[in-house]
Design a protein around this ligand. Structure first.
Ligand code: NAP
Ligand code: ZN
Length: 348
């Protein structure tokens, strides 16, 4: 086994601390890489608080991971020692079901294995531990090539915030001629703005934070609406083809759906824990759709990284020390992130 250390929450909601643990030895199809940076996703906070389900503790969060290859298994030909690589939210899937065969491992019918807070029932049946740590061992299929021309801290969030917003925009073919609203300007939201603009859509940011107006426009949005100002809110009723909803807290989806045009689609990527109720009238009256999207498949994630490399797109990040994580979580809860915290793993 490989001895390593991470930052772990020992119990749900507890403060995190240094924790020594073991990674499996590098198998024939594995890649071990030393972690340089790891992004801080709102899902990390949801999971250490058991917002969604009973988690597995101790928990080492982190699924926006970039680093350099330290060792490769005997069957691995795609990577060599020293390569810049990354891993996102998944480390395994069945590879046999229809979703996997279609390159959509995130929708694996037998269950994808999350980078942390999962038990890998395909292999060693032990819990997975994430990127708030020094080194990681991942099956080579689930390792992505990281372009060398981009700023590395800004690449880490592409592995979750990036692909999670890129994938639905691609799936629904959002682009020129479409009016796209991005609901919530946080980690996912700011990447959605960048991709929406790059794909040629007319982008509006819907935000509860008036203080983010200038940033939204700098990110390339054409318009900014402070949603708690009723007049501004009403001014964009019936105006969007798509709303990409990145909100992390409970909110009234039906109310926002009033901003869609006839035939408009509200796409949820944010994952608050409330059982939302959408009145049938909201959907029926103007033939609206309510949809959702999870992460993106491996090929699509590589495509997204290559797209970012070609278009010089990275996340806007605030690089932090490992020990700042509690303050970072508090600021995340106050919507005070511009626009992704990324941990410099040297500081662990
Ligand atoms: P984040 O950086 O904290 O951003 C969330 C944003 O939501 C905030 O910045 C805020 O933007 C807005 N917001 C917060 N509370 C709100 C409220 N009560 N009403 C309206 N807006 C509110 O979080 P993130 O990392 O982007 O993650 C967002 C969500 O996506 C989380 O639930 C996360 O678990 C989920 N997620 C889903 C997937 C997937 O595959 N579907 C992948 C990753 C993450 P403003 O200040 O602009 O209002
Ligand atoms: Zn995430």
């Amino acid at each position: 086994m490989i001895e390593t250390k991470g930052y772990a929450a020992l119990l749900p909601g507890s403060l995190m601390n240094e924790w020594n643990f073991e990674r499996r030895e590098v198998g024939p199809n594995d890649v071990q890489f030393d972690i340089l940076y790891c992004g801080v996703c709102h899902s990390d906070l949801h999971q250490i608080r058991n917002d969604w389900f009973e988690g597995i503790f101790p928990m080492v969060p982190g699924h926006e991971i970039v680093g350099r290859v330290a060792k490769v298994g005997t069957n691995v030909s795609r990577f060599k020692i020293g390569d810049l690589v990354g891993t996102g939210c998944m480390v395994d899937s069945c590879k046999e079901c229809e979703s996997c065969r279609d390159g959509e491992e995130q929708y694996c019918e037998n269950g994808n294995i999350q980078t942390y807070n999962s038990i890998n029932h395909y292999t060693d049946k032990v819990p997975t531990y994430g990127g708030y740590s020094k080194t990681i061992v991942v099956k080579d299929d689930f390792v992505l090539r990281v372009p060398e021309n981009l700023s590395l801290p800004g690449v880490a969030p592409l592995l979750c915030a990036g692909i999670t917003t890129y994938s639905p925009l691609k799936y629904w073919k959002v682009g020129k001629g479409h009016k796209l609203a991005v609901l919530g300007l946080g980690g996912l939201g700011h990447m959605a703005v960048k991709f929406g603009v790059a794909f040629g859509a007319d982008v509006t940011v819907l935000s509860t934070s008036e203080s983010k107006r200038e940033d939204a426009l700098k990110l390339g949005a054409n318009n900014f609406i402070a949603t708690n100002d009723q007049q501004q809110f009403d001014s964009v009723k019936n105006s969007f083809d798509f709303i990409l909803d990145t909100v992390s807290a409970n909110h009234d989806i039906a109310e926002y759906m009033g901003l869609l045009k006839t035939n408009g689609t509200h796409i949820c990527v944010g994952l608050p824990n409330d059982p939302s109720q959408i009145p049938a009238f909201t959907l029926v009256s103007n033939r609206k759709s309510l949809a959702g999207s999870l992460l993106g498949g491996l090929n699509e994630t590589q495509e997204m990284l290559d797209f970012c490399s070609a278009h010089d797109i990275v996340s806007d990040v605030e690089v932090i020390d490992m020990s700042y994580i509690h303050e970072a979580f508090k600021r995340m809860e106050r919507n005070d992130v511009k626009y992704r915290f990324v941990i410099d793993m040297e500081t662990l």
